[in-house]
Design a protein around this ligand. Sequence first.
Ligand code: GLN
Length: 548
Amino acid sequence: MAKYIFVTGGVTSSLGKGIISASLAKLLQASGFSVTIQKFDPYINVDPGTLNPYEHGECYVTEDGAETDLDLGHYERFLNISTSQANNVTTGRIYQTVINKEREGAYLGKTVQVVPHITDEIKRQMKLLGAEGFDIVITEIGGTVGDIESLPFIEAVRQLQWELPDEDCLVVHLTLVPYLSAAKELKTKPTQHSVKLMSENGVNPDIIVCRTEHPLSIDIRRKIAQFCNVKTEAVIEAADASTIYEVPVNMMREGLDRICLQKLGIPVSGEPNLGAWTHFLNKLRNPHHHVRVGLIGKYIELQDAYKSILESFVHAGAVNECCVEVVKIHSEFITIDTVEEKLAGLDALLVAPGFGNRGVEGKITAVQYAREHRLPFFGICLGMQMAVIEFARNVLEIADAHSTEMDPDTPHPVISLMEEQKHVTGKGGTMRLGAYDCMLAAGSLARSVYGTDAVQERHRHRWEFNNAYLSTMETAGLMASGRNPATGLVEIVELPGHPFFIGVQFHPELKSTVESPHPLFVQFIRAALEHNQKKSLPKGVHAKPQMI
Ligand code: GLN
């Protein structure tokens, strides 16, 4: 029988429920339990695949092709496990299932209602992963207690607490304890109100995790315990951390895992084994080198739009004992006239994924600069497509080469809509999604980076390299070093002879974890480091910009 931990949030959003959930899961996993985490989101979209990054940050894609909340990325990065569609459920998906059942006649004769039909479906989905053999299932409830749309989820938790044995279920509530500088005091009232709101809905938290900018004194802890019906040791301080990867260690120090295990009736034996984790943290905290990597995209002002890429840099930096300073550069502002100045001083360039026309010419110009100046280049998804267009325009001299995504009438569609996409009309869940096989060409950089000849990577796109141009491109020096064995689609391109020039149609950033940093990112940072070290060579030793 699985045990269930529910994580709710109060007072305000953006307190980091995902990180707290992932940290708790990490500690329990490091104590020998099999743990998974799932996220229940209260919005009506069936999944976040149709949301733009301004609304909901990055869309994370799982192995099985589910378009999910970015918190699943944290779960995978912390736990080094794969999640799936079952790990992310929205109100939209719950209603869709219930309405489909109603149409099939499953509730014949009954009025279909939020309670019990919607809450029953929520409970069924909450317990799905528990039936798969996990010891502990952590369920993060999106949104903030008090939101109208969260109510059915809180109600489902209330019902489950009654249905499951007492020791099989607990609720962790994450709140904010703000510091009022005028009064020079931490304030507990918002936490009291938030817990009161939950108890009005029939759910009493067992543990309260308090986000705070200042240490919680014992008096503050006692006060929160007294007003919120928990033991003092169940009031946990979650102080601001310099990196999210410190949070598991901080939570261990506060005893979050121990108190959870006690409440779940599981004997606590010894401390979690965080050996590999602390090894990573030490490397992260004590870098010997420093590189500046340009991230070229059109959502650079958003903190969460390129989450997985930024985290992959952190993992790859730690392996290389190198601090990776990411310089975010807006692709719309890169032109032939500004490129030199915008990219000055960089050790490498990553051109980001994306959709639509805005900023693509800037991306193409940046690729050209990286190719001609032998600057390490990594293109992901749209970034790879931009590299192909750049090569066609500037090496093959096909000036009007383009992708049909941006120019449907281009006479030279070097990037074209995939065959299977041509009849797709709906937007939700219809891209080429999830893990696909990729065979790596002998003698390629890709093959040596991965150290194997076959990999699986995750995809999220509709357009692809147009194979009608493959032989011309290859003759001119662009190598298709990764191909899908079933369809022949080009998944990786590279430029032999360049220090590091790789474009990938898939999203390697979705598979980089603390314990398994992605080899492409690791090698990309190594190339940046080599570039950086070459810069300090005496003049003349450094190669001049050249065309390849
Ligand atoms: N817009 C491009 C496509 O659909 C690239 C997608 C992406 O970068 N994820 O093919």
